[in-house]
Design a protein around this ligand. Structure first.
Ligand code: ADP
Ligand code: ADP
Ligand code: ZN
Length: 216
């Protein structure tokens, strides 16, 4: 099963992808995490994207398409794309890539949210340095204070682009460049919307409902 989670910054894509990965044996392909790993490794690519990411702007389509092409279709039971595609050209490139590999997209799940609530979600977000699991100061604390639920790491970080200035730019990028993907998938008849304002468990139940139907 191959799915895309789509939604603005803070919608809950990463949180849900991590849960679905486990439940359905899928692999999360999170382009933001891949880029942050490039930066942490000090690679040329990492250096190139640093300033763009911190400002909250989108990295060029060429770079992103190359990055995803080297990883897609390697996973056993399928993938959950989180953070890709973010532009119509990326969506088109993905279609071409999948066709070439004989793979298909089962569903695009839009996590629909009220933008005003996202400022608080992002301001309170912290993530595990080791596995990328996402937590929140109020909504979603680790079960054991200071220890990642998923991998047991004790190191967390707050993202530079979760500061209000960059958040504003990221929302603008979502509206201008990413939202136009929605009609692209709606026209193909594979878009489903879930209510992302519900609590985390309830969002997982909605998405699982969609996925169980696909799995049959
Ligand atoms: P995205 O990957 O879409 O940017 P995240 O999954 O990192 O979003 O979630 C952003 C922040 O909001 C995190 O701090 C996360 O713990 C919190 N969060 C995620 N889903 C919900 C939800 N349904 N209700 C409240 N807070 C949430
Ligand atoms: P969020 O979880 O808040 O939605 P991500 O972690 O997915 O954010 O992405 C962080 C940043 O990485 C983006 O603001 C952008 O600079 C870059 N990025 C990630 N994926 C893409 C993509 N598909 N196209 C362009 N830029 C991307
Ligand atoms: Zn972790």
């Amino acid at each position: 099963m191959n799915i895309i989670l789509l939604g603005p910054p803070g919608a809950g894509k990463g949180t849900q992808a991590k849960r679905l990965e486990e439940r359905y044996g899928l692999v999360q392909l999170a382009t933001g995490d891949m880029l942050r790993a490039e930066r942490a490794s000090g690679s040329d690519l990492g250096k190139k994207v640093q300033a763009i990411m911190d400002a909250g702007r989108l990295v060029s389509d060429d770079i992103m398409i190359d990055l995803i092409a080297s990883r897609i279709g390697k996973a056993g039971k399928g993938f959950i794309l989180d953070g890709f595609p973010r532009t119509v050209p990326q969506a088109e490139a993905l279609d071409a890539m999948l066709a070439q590999k004989g793979l298909k997209l089962d569903r695009v799940i839009e996590i629909s949210v009220d933008e005003a609530a996202l400022i608080d979600r992002l301001a309170g977000r912290f993530t595990c340095v080791k596995c990328g699991a996402s937590y929140h100061d109020i909504n979603n604390r680790p079960k054991h204070e200071g220890v990642c639920d998923v991998c047991g790491s004790k190191e967390f970080l707050r993202r530079a682009d979760d500061k209000p200035e960059a958040v504003k730019t990221r929302f603008e990028a979502y509206r201008a460049q990413t939202a136009p993907i929605l009609p692209y998938y709606r026209d193909k008849g594979i878009l489903t919307q879930v209510d992302g304002m519900a609590d985390i468990d309830h969002v997982t139940r909605q998405i699982s409902g969609v996925m169980d139907k696909i799995r049959g």
